[in-house]
Design a protein around this ligand. Sequence first.
Ligand code: CA
Length: 315
Amino acid sequence: MTITKMILDVDTGIDDALALLYALKSENIRLEGITTVFGNVSVDQATTNTLRVIELVGAPYDIPVVKGTDRPLVREWGGPVTYIHGANGIGDYDLPDPTQNAVEEYAPDFIVRKVNESPGELTLVFVGRMTNLAIALAKDPSIASKVKRLVFMGGALRAPGNASAVAEANMAGDPEAAHRVFGSGMPMTMVGLDVTMQAILTPQHVERLKAMAAAVNARMVDFVEHILHFYFDAYQNNNGIYGAAMHDPLAVAVAIDPSLVTTEDHFVKVETLGRLSSGATLADLRNPPAITNCSVCVGVDSERFINQLIEVLAQ
Ligand code: CA
């Protein structure tokens, strides 16, 4: 497998933390930078959590962490999602304060600069609101044709929503930003609820991770076990199962191994006006579309993905 050069955009809550750990530990990923955004938590908390998670495992090379925007393009931010991610976004786990700081650059500017420095080479993986990318596109629309691909966690084609009956949380959290990204012409892969809700991690998987992980990983495994059980409790309350969908880690995995999923090409539009449906990702499923803007994941080999996730985290 070739090495994927990646910018990862996170709103570091629990599944973002797992996606970060996966990207940091994967030998197939070179993180060119990590950008942060409001969402599960404030952008400041997301930035601090990101730095904490990097220091927990130790980055194998220098990775700039770049703070992004603190609110949606035009709407109010609804505040942190504490009932799923805890007051601090990482299940109230007490990780030490980071010793490193975010770099002195604004995330949308960083994205514009990095994409222009390496045209055709960078994969963007967005696992939060698309606000930083929408602002980057407003600053320099030409990056749409210079990005290798955008892989994002968000949306729902045939699956129901999770922020509302029809909308997924990252889309509902800034529909105007998503609308602009879908209209940009950037090659994009949607890793939405159609597949992430099939990628369920269970307590048995946590036990397997603990058995496989080397002793050098003890602190990381303790962290992962804690945040996952916090997440499982939230899932139990919301979905009636003691397990959790690996939304954000699946987007990272698909970015480096598209064979994990099956896709359909569609012309996807984002609802920005709906009173009940803001953030819904809509495609006309009646006829095969002649023009498409998005490759939508509709099937996933969840067992192979979960096995890969555990193997990478354990190594
Ligand atoms: Ca996220």
